[in-house]
Design a binder for this molecule. Sequence first.
Ligand code: CTP
Length: 401
Amino acid sequence: MSRLADKQICLVVTGGIAAYKAPDLVRQLKAAGARVQVVMTAAAQSFVQALTFQAVSGQPVHIDLLDPTAEAAMGHIELARWADLVLVAPASADFMARVAHGLADDLATTLCLASAAPLLLAPAMNQQMWRSAATAANLELLAARGVHFCGPDSGAQACGDVGPGRMSEPAAICAAAEGLFGSNELLGLQVLITAGPTQEAIDPVRFITNRSSGKMGFAVAAAALAAGARVTLVAGPSTMAPPRGCDVINVRSAAEMHDAVLSRSANCDIFIGTAAVADYTVVEPASAKIKKSGAAMSINLVPTKDILAAVSASPERPFTVGFAAETERLEDYARTKLQSKQLDMIAANLVGMPGSGFESDDNELSVYWADGGRELGKASKSLLARWLIEVIAERYHGQAI
Ligand code: CTP
């Protein structure tokens, strides 16, 4: 059975040529068992008739924010509460900008602002509009607030250009929507996750850190939540917003992260260490700003405590999963860490290459355990996080039997 069965999806259709694919999207969502209500912007009606959506969804189409008859049938706040998911396909550049800035000047934007449901956008626009600095900034703002994206794809465009900006195919959008609903694989379990970098103070204004963005750890937390777990996220400094629904403990240094984790690990079922914890910290950070003297200087560093190894060696150890970020000999080094830190599983990725790793949206993961492993391949961090959670659930339950 599809995870979309009985889910209530509000599909917002905005103005763009890709709107012609939206009726097929409604058909596919309904075939998967979802209930769909369609909202159209004024511009969308220049591309597809409301009657088409009424016919495929079997429901009246919502258009006006201030139409008393429509409000009497199902008001915009009621619609916002009804939705388990707000899906915008196609999402035009203009619509992304309006949602990014919290505008609520029509029914579609008001719905996005008024709903607590996850928001999934399938952008569609000219390649130059997609590449513009304004759209990129809006995308970043929305992603940092936990908005989900599917696509866009690259290829030939209606305007004759070639490049990124084609709306993803309806089947891919359905799969992305399905991915946002939980599988219950970790229902009732307590999962503790570390994410992001740590900062080791040199003095009150300077610190040592690394390139970790926290994206992978936050994606793993979102995937664990979607799988039904209760999630505690111990997060180092990150510019991203953590997924809604986690219990978040903000920390700065490796020592703070160690204490936050070790005081909670005995009460969790699964521990996943995705954080890029500093391996060394400053022996005695200066209490006042260090002034420059012109002479060479050195900083005295000592190793930090290994959080992952400490959790795995603790008496009431949870199912323990580590990450290995390597620049070479991936499987070799990852398996060595698996063994030396006595882990149940390790997820390994190559870093330092363009298009995957620390600051990227994509990643490439391989997962290893003592007598096996699996290549998860290259994909978005959110998709990889879901696959990783599936493997963790499989191994956890296999071990628990
Ligand atoms: N880790 C940890 N505490 C530390 C260092 C690392 O919990 N003080 C965890 C990370 O969260 C990750 C795993 O250990 O899950 C591997 O981290 P990585 O930096 O790849 O390896 P290190 O053990 O630090 O070894 P090296 O830097 O030599 O590769």
